[in-house]
Design a protein around this ligand. Structure first.
Ligand code: TRP
Length: 338
């Protein structure tokens, strides 16, 4: 059976190195091999940004520009906007009958996120919304309406894929074998560490290098990155494995990496010089991405690309929806139009 890749991202900010090395770099490879759908999940972003529609709107385009600058090719992938596919919302309603409230509360991803969002949902989650609690159901609709069966995600998303599989099984059991059970395609690299040594680079954690960061910003960020705390003097021997500067050298300075490592271990490399070298490589790494981004912005073609991708996605969603409605016996007027 044909494999279909479907993945998504919430448009809440520009993409950073974590997104690239942890996810998008892999999607760029996958687009060569498989039919690939990439969803800009604005409806999902609104579940915890419902009071900030401007932010979501602005970032739809920002994220699209980042995607294209990183090498996602609209001739090969279908990049689309979630809210423009009404079938997803429709299917979410149908699926909501197949999921218990208790099961949603047990979803580990949701549990963690509710705790993290105290400001929005209150200390004990007393202001938790129906929409946020239910977004795994909507994500199951995202996946299945495109018949996606390979879902590249990070580890934190595994419970959502599992929940989708449960919905699919229940649906098929009741209404007939219509849907495919998706599988997570786990990226080993899915988590890129932050400048502060945190296990995760994240916009809200304030420890990210963004693809759009200018050289000055990159320089400031790298100068403040966490190094081996045991290393005080320039010629102290250090452990590169606990140093974020070394960690990023590994990402963008592949050729020299053994030299960087040996010199650090032998006390032949001061942290300031090491950081300066990393800054050069990082700026060099970001330069072509930023140039391509600028070019795309000047050509003003992003809206058109999004529109075409969304149209293609709409066709596919309609096709699946027709089968779903038939199986659920809610295809009232299809006979008449035949
Ligand atoms: N929940 C994902 C995230 O927060 C984004 C997403 C939306 C997604 N729809 C999806 C991921 C479908 C995989 C498949 O990053």
């Amino acid at each position: 059976m044909e494999k279909i890749i479907l993945t998504g991202l919430r448009p809440t900010g520009n993409l950073h190195l974590g997104h690239y090395f942890g996810a998008v770099r892999n999607w760029v490879k996958l687009q060569e091999e498989y039919q690939t759908y990439i969803e800009i999940a604005d409806v999902q972003a609104l579940t915890d940004n419902f009071n900030n529609p401007e932010k979501v709107r602005k970032n739809v385009k920002e994220v699209a520009l980042d995607f294209l600058a990183l090498g996602l090719d609209p001739k090969k992938v279908t990049i689309f906007i979630q809210s423009a596919i009404p079938e997803i919302a429709e299917l979410t309603v149908f699926y909501s009958n197949l999921v218990t409230i208790a099961r949603l509360y047990r979803n580990p991803t949701i549990k963690t996120e509710i705790k993290q969002k105290k400001e929005l949902f209150g200390n004990d989650g007393e202001s938790l919304t129906y929409g946020f609690l239910g977004y795994p159901v909507s994500q199951a609709a995202d996946i299945t309406v495109f018949n996606g069966n390979l879902i590249p995600v990070g580890e934190d998303q595994l419970p959502l894929i599992e929940q989708c599989r449960e919905i699919v099984r229940k649906f098929n059991h009741i209404y007939g074998d219509i849907l495919r059970e998706p599988e997570a395609l786990l990226d080993k690299n899915a988590r890129i560490k932050g400048l502060d040594g945190n296990e995760k680079m994240g916009k809200s954690l304030g420890n990210a290098i963004f693809l759009v960061d200018d050289p000055e910003t990159v320089s400031k960020k790298i100068m403040s990155a966490k190094t081996d705390p045991q290393k005080i003097k320039k010629d102290d021997k250090a452990d590169p494995e606990v140093c974020m500067v070394y960690y990023y050298h590994k990402l963008v300075n592949d050729n020299n990496i053994s030299t960087v490592c040996k010199e650090c271990q032998n006390g032949m490399r001061g942290c300031v010089a090491c950081k300066k070298e990393l800054i050069e490589h990082m700026v060099e790494f970001l330069k072509p991405i930023q140039e391509k981004r600028k070019e795309l912005e000047e050509q003003k073609i992003v809206d058109q690309i999004l529109k075409e991708g969304t149209q293609k996605a709409q066709e596919k969603a309609k096709e699946t929806m027709k089968k779903i409605k038939e199986s659920m016996k809610i295809d009232y007027f299809d006979e008449i139009s035949k």
